[in-house]
Design a protein around this ligand. Structure first.
Ligand code: CA
Length: 736
C-alpha cells in the first residue's frame, strides 16, 4: 500500500518526468473559392508575373531559376539553394488580416504528416503516411490522382518514428517517391502511373526505411535512408532519373573490415573507427533527411546522421572520430567521389545527427564574398561553411547547449563538457536527441541575412545500457532499437533524476548566422512545432502543437494573424500563386512518437481533439469555416485486476519502455494519436495476446511482437499498463 505521502511525491516527480520522457520516448527512436478582390496594383509578386501555368518538363535550369516562376514551388526547398524563401508578396503585413481558409483536403490518415508539398503547373504533389502520394488541383483541392505504393502497414514497427514521409520530387515528367520500406518509384506526373521502381535496400534483414524526400539534378535521383537506431549502415545512392539504373553509391561509414572497401573514402573512414564490432551493430550514419545539389560546384551535399549505437564506448571503444558520422559530406554529383567533409561531432555520443536541412547562399563573410552552406544540426550549433572546400566560417550556438562549451574555430572541433560524461551516472544534457532543431524546415531571408528557425530546449537523461556496463558486451537486437542508452530503465531513472531536469520549451527564432545574435524569439508552450516559411511579404509562417497556424512579422516577431486548425502541425508551409492569387498551404497532423509527453498536455491539439490529417490551403478572403471538433473523452476506465508480482511488473515496465514507448508513450501516456493503453476496454484486455503476439491488428499498423516477446512477457506488459492506469486514475491525471 502506498501512503498519501508517497503518492504526492510520486505525482510531483511524474509531473517532471513526463517532460523528461517526452524526449526519451520520441526518439524511439519516432473547397470553395473566396473573393479575391485584388486589383492589378496588388500584384502577386514583386515584379514578376505569375508563371504558375507555364508548361513543360521540370529540369535543372527551371529549378535553378525558380525565382523566374515564383508561382510554383518546384522542389523540396523551392529551388536548389533550398532557402524556402518565397518572392510572393500579395499576402503581406498589411493584407494578412484578410487571410482565410480557402479549401481543405482530407488525406485519410491520423498519422503524422511531415511533407513539403510541391506545386507545379497548378497541381500540388505531396506524400502522407505509408508513403502515399497525392496529386490534387492547387486551386480547388480536387483530387487528380493518388498513388499508394502498398507499404505493408505493420512496417511501421521497423521505422523509428512512425510511417512518415517528408515529400516527393518532380523532374522530367515524373514524380519520384521513396517508400517507407526502401523503394524508389518513378510515377508519371500526369497519369499517376508507375514508370519504374527499384529497391534501394542492400540488406533486407536489416530495418532500413526511407522517410526523406528524394532530390533530383543532373538527370539523376538521389536518395538515402533511415534506420540507424535499428542497426543499419548508411549510404546514399544515385539513380538514372529516366531508367532507375544505379549510377553510384556512397557509403557513409565503413563496413565489415574483413571485406574490401567499396570506395577509397571508406579506407580513410575505417582508420577512425577503433575496436568494437560497429559493423555488426550497424554503424549508423544514415542520410535520412537532407541532400542538397549545388550547381555552382556540381557538388551534392549529404547530411549524415548519428552513430549506431549512440554510445561511443560501445560502438568504437578505442576512440576515434568515426567518420563520416554527423558530417556534411560533399561529393561529386556525377560520380559520388568525395570532395570534402566537415564533421560536426567527432565521436558522436548523443544522437547528434547532421541530417537537418542544409541551405546554400551567397554571403559576405568578414569582407570576403563566399558561397556558403548552412545547417543547424541537432547539436545546438549553427554552422556556416564555405561550400567550395568545407572551411568552417561560423559555429554559433542557436539553442541551449550543455554537452560542449564551444566550437574551437582553429581546429573546427567542439570542446566537450567533460562534467557531463554519462558513463558513471545518468546526466541531463542539452540538446537531447530531438536536437536544438530537428528536421522541421528553417527559412532564410537572404536580403535581411536572417534565418527563421524552429528550435527547442528539450533535455534528455543520457545513461549507458546497464547490461553493457555490467558485462562489457552489447548484442544487437534486430527486433528493436539499439541505442546503447539504458532505455528499458528510462522511466525509473527519469523519476530518480527528476529534480535535475532542465525545463523544456519551443521557440521560433530570427537568427543571424554570422553574428549568432537572436533578433527576436517567439516562445511556444510546447517544443515540437512545425517547419517555417518566410516570404517577401515580410511574413514568417509556422504551425504549432496547439493547432494554430500563425503569421509573424519578419522584423519583430509580432503575431499578426492566427487560424485555429484544431490539429497539431509539424510539416513546413509552402506558398504558390495561380492566376494572380497567392496561396499558403500546410499539411496538418502530428505524430505519435514525438508528442508523447509535454509538460502539460492539456492544450495540445492531439490530446483535445485527436489527430486527423488534412491539407489546409489559405488565401486572402478565404472563407471556409472549420467546426471545432468534439473534445475527446480521455478518462481512464476501471482497469482489470493487477495480478503481477513486483518483479513481474518491473519486467513489464522494461519491455514496455523498450518496445512500446515509441508509439504509445512513456509511462503508458499516449500523445492522443495512437491508442492510450491505459484506456483499454475490458474487451481489448481480453484480446491483448491476439493483438500483441498474433498480430491481429497488423493491417492497421500494430505489428506482432512475437519475435521479441513471449506470451508471458506480453502479459507482464499488460500488467504494467494496468498498474499505470491504476496510478493515474487515483491521482486524477486521467488522459493527460
Ligand atoms: Ca537518430
Amino acid at each position: 500500500m502506498r501512503t498519501w505521502g508517497s503518492f504526492v511525491l510520486m505525482q510531483s516527480r511524474r509531473l517532471l518526468s513526463r517532460q523528461a520522457l517526452v524526449v526519451g520516448s520520441s526518439l524511439l527512436i519516432t473547397s470553395c473559392s473566396g473573393n479575391n478582390g485584388q486589383t492589378d496594383a496588388e500584384s502577386v509578386t514583386s515584379g514578376a508575373a505569375s508563371s504558375s501555368t507555364s508548361m513543360g518538363l521540370i529540369d535543372d535550369a527551371r529549378i535553378q531559376n525558380a525565382d523566374s516562376e515564383p508561382g510554383n514551388w518546384l522542389a523540396y526547398g523551392r529551388d536548389f539553394e533550398e532557402q524556402r524563401f518565397s518572392p510572393l508578396t500579395q499576402i503581406n503585413k498589411e493584407s494578412v488580416e484578410r487571410l482565410g481558409l480557402e479549401f481543405e483536403v482530407d488525406v485519410y490518415t491520423n498519422g503524422a504528416l511531415e511533407a513539403t508539398p510541391l506545386m507545379v503547373d497548378n497541381t500540388l504533389y505531396f506524400t502522407t503516411t505509408f508513403s502515399v502520394l497525392h496529386a490534387v488541383n492547387a486551386t480547388t483541392g480536387e483530387r487528380v490522382w493518388t498513388y499508394d505504393p502498398q507499404v505493408p502497414r505493420d512496417f511501421s514497427r521497423r521505422a523509428c518514428c512512425g510511417p512518415i514521409s517528408r515529400g516527393a520530387a518532380v523532374y522530367q515528367g515524373n514524380v519520384y517517391l521513396a517508400t517507407l520500406d526502401g523503394r524508389l518509384v518513378a510515377i508519371n506526373a500526369e497519369t499517376g502511373e508507375r514508370v519504374w521502381e527499384v529497391n534501394t535496400v542492400i540488406d533486407p534483414e536489416r530495418n532500413y526505411s526511407i522517410t526523406g524526400a528524394p532530390r533530383v539534378a543532373r538527370g539523376k535521383v538521389f536518395i538515402g535512408n533511415g534506420g540507424a537506431e535499428f542497426g543499419v549502415r548508411g549510404y546514399v545512392t544515385a539513380y538514372d532519373a529516366a531508367t532507375g539504373e544505379q549510377a553510384w553509391r556512397f557509403f557513409t561509414v565503413p563496413g565489415d573490415p574483413s571485406l574490401p572497401f567499396e570506395h577509397p573514402e571508406m579506407e580513410m573512414a575505417a582508420e577512425t573507427w577503433k575496436g568494437g564490432q560497429w559493423w555488426d551493430i550497424g554503424g549508423g550514419g544514415t542520410v535520412w533527411n537532407s541532400i542538397v545539389y549545388d550547381p555552382d560546384f556540381n557538388h551534392l551535399y549529404l547530411g549524415v546522421g548519428n552513430g549506431a549505437p549512440w554510445v561511443r564506448v560501445i560502438r568504437s571503444p578505442g576512440g576515434g572520430d568515426n567518420l563520416f558520422l554527423t558530417s556534411i559530406v560533399a561529393v561529386d554529383a556525377d560520380t559520388g567521389e568525395m570532395k570534402w567533409y566537415y564533421q560536426t561531432v567527432p565521436g558522436d555520443n548523443w544522437d547528434y545527427t547532421a541530417v537537418q536541412d542544409m541551405m546554400l547562399a551567397d554571403m559576405t563573410v568578414d569582407g570576403v564574398d563566399r558561397k556558403v552552406i548552412m545547417q543547424a544540426p541537432k547539436n545546438g550549433f549553427f554552422y556556416v561553411l564555405d561550400r567550395s572546400d568545407g572551411e568552417l566560417l561560423r559555429a554559433h550556438p542557436y539553442s541551449q547547449v550543455t554537452w560542449a562549451t564551444h566550437v574551437d574555430m582553429s581546429t573546427g572541433r567542439p570542446v566537450e563538457n567533460t562534467e557531463l560524461d554519462f558513463f558513471e551516472r545518468p546526466q541531463w544534457i542539452l540538446p537531447g536527441p530531438l536536437g536544438g532543431h530537428d528536421w522541421q524546415a528553417m527559412s532564410f531571408n537572404e536580403a535581411k541575412g536572417i534565418m527563421y528557425l524552429p528550435t527547442q530546449d528539450a533535455a534528455f537523461l543520457y545513461s549507458v545500457d546497464s547490461e553493457f556496463k555490467a558485462t562489457g558486451i552489447f548484442k544487437r537486437n534486430p527486433g528493436t532499437l539499439n541505442l546503447g542508452v539504458d532505455l528499458k530503465n528510462g522511466l525509473t531513472l527519469a523519476e530518480q533524476y527528476a529534480d535535475e531536469q532542465p525545463a523544456s520549451k519551443g521557440n521560433l527564432i530570427a537568427f543571424d548566422p554570422l553574428t549568432g545574435e537572436t533578433k527576436w524569439s517567439v516562445e511556444h508552450p510546447f517544443y515540437w512545432n512545425s517547419g517555417v516559411l518566410a516570404t517577401a511579404g515580410d511574413l514568417v509562417f509556422q504551425g504549432d502543437a496547439l493547432g494554430f497556424f500563425s503569421a509573424y512579422d519578419a522584423d519583430t516577431g509580432e503575431k499578426l494573424w492566427a487560424h485555429n486548425n484544431y490539429v497539431a502541425m509539424l510539416a513546413p508551409p509552402i506558398t504558390y500563386a495561380i492566376d494572380g492569387k497567392q496561396y499558403i498551404a500546410i499539411l496538418a497532423g502530428a505524430g505519435a512518437t514525438i508528442t508523447n509527453f509535454f509538460g502539460s498536455m492539456e492544450d495540445v491539439a492531439t490530446m483535445k481533439y485527436g489527430n486527423f490529417g488534412k491539407l489546409y490551403v489559405y488565401a486572402l478572403d478565404g472563407n471556409v469555416v472549420l467546426q471545432q471538433p468534439a473534445i475527446v473523452d480521455r478518462s481512464i476506465p476501471e482497469p482489470p485486476p493487477l495480478t503481477a508480482t513486483a518483479a513481474e511488473l518491473k519486467q513489464g515496465e522494461q519491455f514496455y519502455m523498450s518496445l512500446c514507448v515509441g508509439c504509445h508513450g512513456g509511462a503508458a501516456v499516449s500523445s492522443g494519436v495512437l491508442p492510450d493503453l491505459r484506456l483499454l476496454t475490458p474487451a481489448k484486455h481480453g484480446i491483448f495476446q491476439q493483438i500483441v503476439i498474433d498480430g491481429m491488428l497488423a493491417p492497421t499498423g500494430m505489428a506482432s511482437f512475437a519475435d521479441v516477446l513471449t506470451p508471458q512477457e506480453a502479459e507482464y506488459v499488460r500488467q504494467f499498463i494496468i498498474s499505470r492506469a491504476i496510478i493515474d486514475r487515483a491521482t486524477a491525471m486521467g488522459g493527460i
